[in-house]
Design a protein around this ligand. Structure first.
Ligand code: AHR
Length: 517
């Protein structure tokens, strides 16, 4: 063989080796099942219902006289769907609305309650048909816990203290007797109570210093029986801010948790947020990449908390998150109506994976919002109901409620890139469920490319996985009224072969599986 041929063959061998090398760099998920981490608080899968558009009125509350089947005014179909989702907690009455809500307007005979204007959301009449008793009836029907958001903006320490007494007092105080007169003998169980909402914005345009002083004063008067003392939540910052967390975690009496908000807009521009449907792949990836960047928000705030609260007593609650698109054409823009597509489901699952990586601090999150508003679980039209793709993302992740997190990492994660935006193609989380099974949650963010992933538990190859997959043909696939649903989970199984458990994960999909070892 001539030396030229030898050189050519050697070069070819290098190329082939390189090509095999690229293939050989297989994408692996490695779960460390022997190193249990913190428990994943089930409240991470919490929800938020505000007096906003048809978020409550029509969407959930139809009144006891409605032809739409209901239990004491709450729609049966909606309650059943939320129950099936194991909703752990519902936040109410806002949002911005919380800081204009006066609880005394919402008690007593409904036909005698005052009609106010909902100045936060469209200036429409608010007849106060849903008040304290109705809200607690809802959470009791769903089987979830109650998160009541107090009014700091236009309220007072006295108003919040009296509301707390009305809800929780056991004895014969006038407020406890008023509650009984209004139909509730035993106290309501108030699990969480927040002092104001978005104090930096719609909640009063406050500076952290001013809010913190207000919080100290109100918290000093929020008294409840020791067996019914709620977790007290301070209203924190937004985005990458850490100054609210810094101030509120620095020895402020009464702070059990700090809330933080962040919404995802495809364009990042509040004037032109981007469409909920019919969007380009550049807006798909921008939405998902922004969602992943919430990890940095949590890291920065956790670093502050770890310094001020090393024993991790203070929770970091992400009590508003979700997609926010341009309003549905033809709808009242103040009602925040938007379509919900496969993209929203992936957004939710990616964020769950982020939250679970911070299970030591993120003890609650509340998607905005539960029904008909922003990234809703459920959409209604008259007596019709649709379960959105986001609903199914929540459904897939129910095994992670109160599970024990397990460290996991993806090696050789494929890069997903569109234009100048890039992100890891795969995202994963792992946990030991309360049923003892090992669960994995996976997202393939890539809109066009399937991914292949080898699963290892430590150095061992698991035997099989069984679970559910959520995907669809189009990025903006949705479930629409009167049409067969396009985005519903389907069964997924894979078995090990030749000492390898290889998962083929379709593009734009969520996969949650139990692992058989
Ligand atoms: O969820 C809609 C609104 O977004 C909430 O009322 C407010 O807190 C936030 O700005």
């Amino acid at each position: 063989m001539s030396s030229t041929i030898k050189k050519r063959l050697a070069a070819t061998a290098v190329c082939v080796a390189w090509a095999f090398g690229a293939q050989a760099a297989e994408t692996q998920l490695i779960v460390d099942a022997d190193q249990p981490g913190p428990v994943i608080d089930r409240h991470v899968y919490g929800q938020f219902a505000e007096h906003l558009g048809s978020g409550i009125y029509g969407g959930m509350w139809v009144g006891p006289d409605s032809k739409i089947p209901n239990v004491r005014g709450w729609r049966k179909d909606v309650v059943a769907a939320l129950k099936a989702l194991k909703v752990p907690v519902v936040r109410w009455p806002g949002g911005c609305f919380a800081d204009e809500y006066h609880w005394r307007d919402g008690i007593g005979p409904r036909d005698q309650r005052p009609v106010k204007l909902n100045t936060s959301w469209g200036g429409v009449p608010e007849n106060n048909a849903v008040g304290t008793h109705e809200f607690f009836d809802l959470v009791e029907q769903i089987g979830s816990e109650a998160y009541v958001n107090g009014n700091l903006g236009t309220g007072s320490a006295r108003e919040m203290a009296e509301w707390m007494e009305y809800m929780t007092a056991e004895g014969n105080s006038s407020l406890a007797q008023l509650r009984r007169k209004n139909g509730r003998d035993r106290p309501f169980r108030v699990n969480y109570f927040a002092i104001g909402n978005e104090a930096w914005g719609c909640g009063g345009q406050m500076r952290p210093e001013y809010y913190t002083d207000q919080f100290r004063q109100v918290a000093a008067f929020l008294k409840a029986p020791s067996n019914n003392r709620p977790v007290i939540i301070a209203s924190g910052g937004t985005g990458l801010q850490t100054n609210w967390t810094e101030m509120l975690s620095n020895g402020v009496p009464g702070v059990d948790s700090i809330s933080h908000h962040e919404y995802t807009l495809p364009t990042g521009d509040w004037e032109r947020k981007g469409s909920a449907v019919g969007f380009p792949e550049s807006e798909w990836i921008a939405t998902l990449a922004h969602t992943l960047s919430i990890d940095e928000i949590i890291k920065r705030n956790s670093a502050v908390l770890d310094r001020n609260d090393p024993k991790k007593k203070i929770g970091f609650y992400f009590d508003e998150w979700g997609s926010w698109y341009d309003a549905e054409p033809g709808s009242n823009p103040s009602f925040l109506v938007q379509r919900n597509t496969l993209r929203d489901a992936l957004l939710a699952a990616l964020l769950f994976n982020v939250f679970l990586a911070h299970a030591d601090r993120v003890k609650m999150s509340n998607v905005a919002q539960m029904v008909n508003v922003l990234q809703a679980m459920i959409q209604t039209r008259g007596d019709q109901l649709v379960l959105t793709p986001t609903y199914y993302a929540f459904a897939l992740y129910t095994p992670f409620q109160d599970a024990t997190s397990l460290p996991s990492r993806i090696e050789n994660n494929p890069v997903y890139k569109v234009g100048s935006v890039e992100m890891p193609g795969l995202s994963a989380t792992a946990a030991r469920g309360k049923d003892g099974k090992l669960y994995i949650g996976l997202v393939n963010a890539n809109a066009t490319q399937a991914a292949e992933l080898t699963v290892r538990v430590g150095t061992a190859t698991p035997a099989a996985v069984h679970g559910r997959l959520l995907t669809a043909l189009a990025m903006d696939a949705q479930n629409e009224f009167g049409k067969p649903a396009q985005v519903v989970p389907r069964a997924f199984e894979a078995r090990a072969a030749d000492g390898k458990l290889l998962l083929k994960i379709p593009p734009k999909s969520i996969l949650v599986v139990a692992v058989e070892t």
